[in-house]
Design a protein around this ligand. Sequence first.
Ligand code: GUN
Length: 291
Amino acid sequence: MAAQRLDGKACAADVEAELIGRVETLKAKGIQPHLAVIIVGDDPASHVYVKSKVRTCERLGIRSTHLELPSDTAEAVLRDHILTMNEQEDLHGILVQSPLPSHMNEEELTDLINPRKDVDGFHPQNLGRLVQGRLDGMLPCTPSGVMRMLRWAGIELEGKRAVVLGRSRIVGMPAALLLGAKGADATVTVVHSRTEDIAKHCQEADILVAAVGRPEMVQPEWVKPGAVVVDVGINRVEDSSRERGWRLAGDVSPEVENVASWLSPVPGGVGPMTIAMLMENTVRAAEMLSE
Ligand code: GUN
């Protein structure tokens, strides 16, 4: 039987509907949530993501500032922009789109962002709170979007075996922490490029979260029948049958649909949830900064 669709687009629409009310409440107090998105360089995929973030802001009544800097921008210039934005009272969220050009130190720049405006949840203070199990702060958007989507679909996590494929700072590690946190209560294994027998670990998963950035790596034989599979990958792969010459592929083979009980599509799964969580973090930042 084909897996049920973990419909991130539909879940994100529910999140957005709730946020519109919260934005209205803030506006009645004279506060408009305001997000700044900074992009450096001309990576085409990053520009697509940033435009989508800005468009979603417009839809929800959130003000956005979109700052585009050339790829040869000096790190000191970006640093100054961040420090200025930290002080700007009518600005509630700062997001620096990753990846940055190689001459910039992404971690040091993240350290500079005021943690209360860190809507990406990547500042060490926010990640540290997550490690402590304090889940009421700014949580990284993609992993918190995965958790929200699982909850929305009524998928039980308590006592289940969760395997996270990938250990990135942005997705894999925070996803593992959220799945294992009190309230979610899964038993978590993090699988990475040095893991022996990756397939064997995946086969034991009740919940499998694939976040490695390798197109269609997860094969149907890797998946336990009836498992829940969340595909975080967004990879461009060559496809000469398409006019544009490429198509989007996840980290999970489409054939997994015949084995899993739930599968998130690409596109339309985790992607819309990441943006919805960014919007929620921005609205929360505005609420907290106005208290
Ligand atoms: N690049 C890919 N995903 C993300 C994200 O969640 N935040 C930022 N800032 N950059 C990204």
